[in-house]
Write a protein that binds this ligand. Structure first.
Ligand code: SF4
Ligand code: SF4
Length: 380
């Protein structure tokens, strides 16, 4: 069989799925790219550029570049608002049943254009090329595709900050997540407080929200939230030089080679306090009081801020259990997919296996596509 007649189904249209699909198409392999939501790019297409006086290597622009590659590639057939319904292995191929979503999915990460038809994405340039109109006609309809291999790239779910009730997310307007902060900056062109649209003078970042937390049963480090929050804090400080920014943390995680230099530089502008606040209380003017144990004395302490940003952790994707049942890919004790490769032609890529940055996710997805090609005999 030549590679042009081979076909792979990639489940998930985030950065892992986009990268895997693109790498497969580079070798002339056809791809059915299946995405549950109504847009491609996953969580990371909502990330803003964090450049200060220089690029901070956040990777956000790579997502957009990959997105453009994929939507312009004729070998990649995109199915939006579509889910995996069933799978049958027959000899060396898979018969896969797909279903158009029968619910009108929330479009939290897209905004409607004035004409109410086409939606545009949260990408840097707001290009609408990867978003479709809401298509109610085909809701619930099923189709079958025959493919030679499957790559599951269904990504992660951000920790739900409502589960950390002592922080008052959803209750106090100025307690937000990192993704909320991205959206505020994108929509307003600047950092403003949700409560009154004013520039905050004091901003706190709280690390490890939902990660490394025994009471929640989430013992893992999410790996990406330290460098992510530091880039975000650095970018905010660059754009708002008068703002005082404090980061509350347990310890700083990052294994990237260039990270120690970056950390030393950012410490010149951001205050780091090694303790995690226990709770947050509202004050006058929608300010917030953070209560914590003082770093050195171990005594109770508190401080007020205008805005608090929660660095929420990475959790297994919401559909992991359902997809595991259909595909028989095992799940590990933390709830992520356990498989890295398969001699049956069923592979897992990216953060569906555990936390990862944009760069590591793209590298892993490329490696997984390579493994799939080796399984198909396209690569040695
Ligand atoms: S999006 Fe990130 S990687 Fe791209 S230019 Fe901006 S800071 Fe650099
Ligand atoms: S990366 Fe940092 S903030 Fe995230 S869980 Fe690990 S230590 Fe906590």
């Amino acid at each position: 069989m030549n590679s042009q007649s081979q076909k792979v189904l990639v489940l998930g249209g985030g950065i892992a799925g986009l990268t895997a699909a693109w790498e497969l198409s580079r070798q002339n392999i056809s791809v059915e790219l299946v995405e549950k939501s109504c847009f491609l790019g996953g969580h990371s297409i909502g990330f803003t550029c964090k450049a200060t006086d220089r690029c901070q290597q956040c990777g956000a622009c790579s997502v957009e570049e990959m997105l453009k590659n994929v939507v312009n590639e004729p070998l990649i057939n995109v199915h939006l608002k579509t889910e995996l319904k069933g799978l049958n292995k027959a000899d060396s191929s898979y018969k896969i049943t797909l279903q158009k979503s029968d619910i009108d999915l929330p479009v939290a990460q897209i905004t409607q254009r004035a004409n109410g038809k086409a939606a545009k994405g949260f990408s840097k340039h707001n290009n609408p090329l990867y978003v479709t109109e809401s298509d109610k006609n085909n809701m619930g309809s099923q189709c079958e595709v025959d493919v030679d291999a499957l790559i599951v790239a269904t990504g992660y779910s951000p920790f739900d900050p409502n589960r950390k009730s002592t922080y008052g997310y959803g209750k106090w307007a100025n307690v937000i997540t990192g993704l909320d902060l991205e959206n505020i900056i994108r929509e307003n062109g600047a950092l403003v407080r949700p409560s009154d649209g004013q520039k905050p003078a004091k901003v706190a970042f709280i690390q490890c929200v939902g990660s490394r937390d025994e009471r929640l049963g989430n013992l893992w480090c999410s790996e990406v939230c330290c460098p992510y929050a530091m880039r975000m804090a650095g970018s905010v400080k660059h754009d708002n030089p008068d703002a005082q920014i404090t980061m509350f943390y347990i310890d700083i995680q990052n294994t990237a080679k260039e990270f120690p230099v970056f950390y030393e530089k950012i410490k010149q502008n951001i205050r780091f306090v090694r303790t995690i606040p226990v709770d947050i209380y509202p004050l006058e003017n929608n300010c917030l009081e953070l209560r914590h144990m003082a770093e050195d004395e171990g005594a109770p302490s508190s401080e007020s801020f205008d805005l608090v940003v929660l660095s929420v952790g990475i959790m297994p994707g919401k559909d992991t259990g359902k997809i595991s049942e259909i595909t028989a890919i095992p799940i590990n004790q933390d709830g992520f997919f356990d498989s890295t490769s398969s001699d049956l032609g069923c592979f897992v890529a990216g953060t569906a296996k555990g936390p990862g940055s944009i760069a590591t996710t793209m590298a892993d997805a490329g490696k997984t596509a390579f493994e799939a090609m080796r399984y198909l005999g396209v690569m040695k």
